[in-house]
Write a protein that binds this ligand. Structure first.
Ligand code: GLU
Length: 477
């Protein structure tokens, strides 16, 4: 059975690149009827942030991903919090020491700093402690001299095949005898990921390609234990542009940032899945279930994907269009209430007008700001080539329609539309020659979320007539 895992570090922040990895892990497992496991990688105590684990749960839940096993739901191989598995790691590290595949290192920080400064071995550890005698080691341990445990890298070359990047070969010469257990007894990521992935029966490891070059070291560990090496799927980073990775500084980098900007979780999931993965069919909108159905490792791209906020915005707009009206209204209600101070405006009808026109609910206020107050506008707004209106004839058209609207008895959309179109017809005009000037006078804006008759209904008779007269004033100035 395919088992994948999401292994976030609780940093208090869910980068969308990380969330995308989680999605790919989820899709790959679920596509094959396998399991998706959550593992909290918190061995770096300095980076630990309170409440960060909850952010991870919340993110997965909001994104619509349900993990099968994890710190909160248990599972056969738990606990799934690395700091709670501490003893396991030490046990396995000592097994390697026993096999001659790892060794105690008692070098002080001062010695290591000096080594780095002198630069004789580059940034690599010089294997000073590899030559300690058994007696020396035992004495140090007896005297509680602080130590780390290092992997002893064998000579030769290490090759593996990554599902995305193909064959990767690294000369073992280029690898350092990396630390497996730190002086605080905690494992490094480099050690813990191997032990955990093995003990949790992970079959497919999906992670950022920054781990591609370390993977040979992990494979040497698997081999040292005699364990099966998992399938690797390394994915390229999400970029801000051609040169820079998308980072916290850019503002759009986390799931939380995007939610705050009014993007829907479904749209974010859809969009970031397509960042670095392409479906076979020429389509862009997919539900999470459809993605499970069609996800194929072969569609993952080697090259970095550029995060395009405009594209996400567009996609969000598509999701809003397709949304059930009541759900949209629930989401938009507070924004509408804040944006409209005028009494008696039917918020539901405004919601209906903007639903197909906004990409996020936060675009609503600007679109409807004319409701509370007619903005200052220039009379050139009346000019519209297609509608065949200009500053001169619009004055005539407004003068023509005002008395008709004054007399109108039924102030509803259909009746008002009818009356305006009829007036145009009776006077040998195009519909737009009446509708456009009315729309302009009522909104003072080049684009409105609805047509002239709907604007009349929205504003009510009194305000409509007031704004039409103001239109005449502006046109006669
Ligand atoms: N904790 C690591 C990270 O957040 C996980 C890498 C992996 O998936 O192995 O980058």
């Amino acid at each position: 059975m395919i088992r994948t895992r999401f292994a976030p570090s609780p940093t208090g922040y869910m980068h969308i690149g990380n969330l995308r990895t989680a999605l790919y892990e989820y899709f790959i497992a679920k596509h094959a009827g396998g399991k998706f496991i959550l593992r909290i990688e918190d061995t770096d105590r300095e980076r630990y942030v309170d409440g960060a684990v909850d952010i991870i749960y919340k993110t997965l839940e909001t994104a619509g991903i349900k993990h099968d096993e994890g710190p909160d739901v248990g599972g056969d191989y738990g606990p799934y919090v690395q700091s709670e598995r501490q003893n396991d790691y030490m046990k396995y590290a000592l097994m390697l020491v026993e096999k001659g595949e790892a060794y105690y290192c008692f070098c002080t920080k001062e010695r290591l700093d000096k080594l780095r400064e002198d630069g004789d071995t580059g940034v690599k550890y010089d294997r000073h402690c590899l030559s300690l005698s058994k007696e020396e080691i035992e004495e140090n341990l007896r005297n509680n001299v602080p130590f780390v445990i290092r992997q002893k890298i064998r000579e030769g070359k290490t090759t593996f095949v990554d599902e995305v990047y193909g064959e990767v070969t690294v000369d073992n010469e280029d690898m350092e005898d990396q630390i497996l257990i730190k002086s605080d007894g905690m494992p490094t990521y480099n050690f813990a990921n191997v032990i955990d992935d093995h003990l949790m029966n992970i079959t497919h490891v999906i992670r950022g390609n920054e781990y591609l070059s370390s993977t040979p070291k992990y494979n040497l560990l698997y081999e040292a234990f005699g364990w099966e090496i998992p399938t690797y799927i390394h994915v390229a980073p999400v970029m801000k542009d051609k040169h820079e990775k998308l980072s916290k500084r850019n503002g759009d980098a986390s799931f939380q940032d995007l939610l705050k900007k009014g993007y829907l979780p479904e749209a974010i999931v859809n969009y970031i899945t397509l960042l670095g993965w392409a479906p076979k069919e020429n389509r862009e909108i997919f539900t999470i279930d459809e993605l499970i159905e069609i996800f194929d490792i072969k569609g993952i791209s080697k090259s970095p994907a550029i995060f395009d906020p405009e594209k996400l915005r567009w996609m969000n707009g598509e999701y809003i269009k397709a949304m059930d009206f009541e759900d949209f209204y629930k989401m938009a209600e507070s924004v509408l209430k804040n944006a409209i101070k005028t009494e008696g405006i039917d918020l539901r009808s405004v919601a209906g007008m903007v639903k197909s026109r906004v990409c996020t609910v936060y675009e609503i206020p600007e679109m409807i700001d004319f409701i509370d107050e007619l903005p200052d506008y220039d009379k050139s707004l009346y000019k519209h080539k297609k509608m065949k209106t200009n500053e001169e004839n619009s004055l005539d058209f407004l003068r023509l329609i005002i008395p008709v609207l004054e007399k109108a008895e039924n102030w509803d959309n259909d009746s008002l539309y009818e009356v305006m179109v009829q007036t145009a017809k009776d006077n040998g005009l195009k519909n737009g020659q009446i509708l456009w000037p009315v729309r302009t006078a009522l909104s003072g804006k080049p684009t409105t979320p609805c047509g002239a008759s709907e604007l009349c209904v929205l504003l009510g008779k009194e305000e409509t007539l007031k704004r039409l007269s103001e239109g005449i004033e502006i046109l006669t100035k």
